[in-house]
Design a protein around this ligand. Structure first.
Ligand SMILES: N[C@@H](CCC[C@H](N)C(=O)O)C(=O)O
Length: 271
């Protein structure tokens, strides 16, 4: 049996277990992650963020001095990026004085992302380009089907715009399906969105490797990018998710995501 210390945090109620592992000593076996994230038998979370020096990450060939966000979904699968996780990891690095200022870069499997403390203690993250595809994808949930927009935010997303009043009634206990299957060979995060007004969106999400979550930062960027492409919306886009509000701004095609990031405590577990 081993003893581990952890921190727990969330960004708009998308919650994470944070494991400090500077030198890459932890074994991130999928069963270990799934057990940790189990809300009844473990600590419980939507995912695990392993905070590791980039120099200790075999597949990383960029700046070795950065901190690397090694993100795992609750089922133990690896994800390229996590928008809410990035803010929470930034808050953790600042709190633990693992960085020397409030503005720095973090390495992820989707490249280097800049983070900075913003107004009212929110954290702003440069997520980069959200690539909106023209490829036709159909999403099905129960008896409904919709044409969806495929968006690549470093990780895969399908964005479905639903009619007014439809969002709250969706049953996301069931996993949405898509066709053609080859559209997302690695699986997908599926966002359902209602347009409330210009630049005002409401979203629910079924995350790959988790199920329905209270928020998804990369999902929020995906829906903002799809909305901007459809409507020509300029300026700030506010996305309300079950866990709170997030804002997306674009500079050219580059998306910046701003929102809260909270560390709620720390503890130890034995496995
Ligand atoms: N909740 C995250 C996304 C986490 C990864 C996702 N489930 C995937 O598998 O791509 C976010 O805030 O972006």
């Amino acid at each position: 049996m081993r003893r581990y210390s952890f921190h727990k945090g969330h960004g708009t109620k998308n919650d994470f277990i944070i494991l400090d592992d500077s030198y890459g000593m932890h074994d991130m076996h999928p069963e270990f992650i799934a057990m940790l994230c189990d809300r009844h038998a473990g600590v419980g979370a939507d995912g695990v963020i392993r905070v590791v020096r980039a120099s200790s990450v075999r597949e990383w060939d960029g700046d070795p001095n950065l901190w690397f966000m090694d993100y795992r979904n609750a089922d133990g699968s690896v994800a390229e990026m996590c928008g809410n996780g990035l803010r929470v990891m930034a808050r953790h690095l600042i709190n633990e004085q693992l960085v020397s200022s409030g503005s720095f870069d973090v390495a992820t499997r989707a490249g280097v992302k800049h983070v900075a403390v913003a107004r009212h203690g929110l954290i702003s993250t440069v997520i980069g380009e959200a690539r909106v595809s023209r490829e036709a994808v159909t999403v099905r949930l129960g008896d409904h089907s919709w044409e969806a927009t495929k968006v690549d935010v470093g990780n895969p997303h399908a964005v479905v715009f639903v009619d007014h009043g439809q969002l709250a009634a969706l049953d996301l206990h069931e996993a949405p399906r898509w066709s053609p299957e080859e559209a997302f060979p690695e699986g997908a995060n599926i966002e359902f969105v209602e347009v409330m007004g210009p630049g005002e969106l409401r979203m629910r999400v079924h995350e790959r490797g988790v199920g329905e979550t209270q928020s998804c930062g990369t999902g929020v960027v995906a829906v903002a990018a799809a909305h901007r492409k459809d409507s020509g919306q300029q300026g700030r886009i506010r996305v309300t998710v079950p866990g709170g509000d997030l804002e997306v701004e674009f500079a050219g095609d580059e998306a910046r995501l701003t929102g809260p990031a909270v560390i709620i405590g720390r503890g130890e577990f034995w496995i």
